[in-house]
Design a protein around this ligand. Structure first.
Ligand SMILES: [Zn+2]
Length: 389
């Protein structure tokens, strides 16, 4: 019954249109009669619950002319929202076939048909439709975005990169960001095969399209490290800090190893102190404490962490504080008690997620460059606040 009511909506719209037309074309009796027959036949099919036959008649009745187009789109969109894709497709295909429609309606029909194909998982057909609209003022950007989404789900990175000129023209930050990540995907494969020059070239492209791609610098640091070019790797890590302070805690340990190779630990700790002062990151704090302990002794280190935790308490910071207390105690009893606390805190942190997506809030213990939930690129970052950084 609900379906019947739903189908009556387009009929009502079509009827409204028909009456409007009718008042203008009072003399067009034969057309009026023909349409009336088709409407009543369509309605008969509706009432006998033969919806597909009803659509055929209603499509025929609503002869596509400029002022009936909106009724067609409304009908098809309702079908799509109800998940009846085959019916939405039928209406949109009918619209696409109409040669006399104005250009804007033609483009809208192609775009809507592409969306139907996309919803139905018919990627190749959706792709062909979106390609037709790349030069459209109204649908160009939307089509590019949809094409990049298709290539992301089919992992067809080269196809996405082939759109780089069109993407560059739009200057759309999200599209440029996606394009940079397509280059990063290819660079990841090249990195696995240790193709030094190819990796650098791909990542240069990535950074030229999106200078904020911390992933590009992350990958570049890996290839430089693999080739013992630690100075260059350090520059990449520093660039990541400038690009994305929230992601930076994840590269601190790797960065430290590079500075060690260069025998430049002091410079590293100067940098990490700056990071801690600017961001209050727990990872930076823990790293810096190892330096204070080494240079000024455990007492100074304990004082430092105490005042740091008072200012900005975090569970990870507290866990490190307990460990420092354990290392400093002579009493076996105290040590055992502290061990219990440390184990408890560790167990607590183990059930907490390390990363959260800044776009959709998806939580994960593993890092992904593309969020498994909303598919946004480079949005999974270490959790902030008491249970995170
Ligand atoms: Zn997400």
């Amino acid at each position: 019954m609900l379906g019947l009511l739903f189908l009556l909506l387009p009929v009502a719209m079509g009827y409204g249109w028909f009456m409007g037309r009718n008042s203008v074309k009072q003399n067009d009796h034969s057309a009026k009669q023909e349409l009336s027959i088709k409407y009543s036949t369509g309605l008969n099919y509706l009432f006998s619950n033969q919806q597909d036959k009803a659509i055929d008649f209603l499509l025929e009745a609503l002869k596509v002319e400029d002022d009936s187009v909106e009724a067609h789109f409304a009908m098809a969109n309702l079908f799509r929202r109800r998940g009846e894709l085959d019916r939405a497709l039928k209406v949109h295909e009918h619209l696409v076939r109409q040669k006399h429609l104005p250009n804007s309606a033609k483009q809208q029909a192609v775009f809507e048909l592409a969306k139907d194909f996309l919803s139905a998982g018919l990627y190749d057909r959706a792709e062909a439709m979106f390609h037709k609209l790349l030069k459209s003022k109204t649908y160009g950007l939307k089509s590019l975005t949809s094409l990049m989404q298709i290539y992301q789900s089919t992992k067809d990175w080269q196809q996405g990169i082939a759109l780089k000129k069109a993407i560059a023209k739009t200057r759309d930050v999200k599209l440029l960001h996606a394009l940079a990540n397509f280059y990063c995907e290819l660079a990841t494969t090249a990195l696995e095969q240790d193709k030094f020059i190819e990796v650098i070239e791909l990542l240069d492209h990535a950074l030229s399209h999106d200078p904020n791609s911390s992933r590009a610098n992350w990958l570049m640091a890996q290839i430089y490290e693999n080739h013992q070019q630690f100075n260059e790797a350090c520059q990449c890590y520093k660039a990541i800090y400038e690009q994305d302070k929230e992601f930076f805690p994840d590269v601190i340990d790797k960065m430290f190893l590079c500075y060690q190779k260069l025998d430049a630990e002091k410079a590293f700790f100067r940098f990490i102190r700056k990071v801690y002062d600017e961001t209050g990151s727990t990872s930076a704090l823990i790293k810096y404490l190892s330096y204070i302990e080494q240079v000024k002794g455990p007492h100074q280190a304990k004082q430092f962490i105490l005042s740091a935790l008072k200012r900005r308490p975090t569970i990870r910071g507290f866990k490190h504080f307990v460990k420092m207390q354990m290392d400093g105690t002579q009493s076996e009893n105290t040590s055992e008690n502290l061990e219990v606390i440390r184990e408890l805190v560790t167990a607590y942190l183990n059930v907490k997620h390390r990363y959260s997506c800044r776009t959709c809030g998806f939580n994960s213990s593993t890092h992904y460059w593309s969020c498994p939930s909303c598919h946004d690129w480079e949005q999974l970052k270490p959790v902030r606040g008491l249970e995170g950084e």
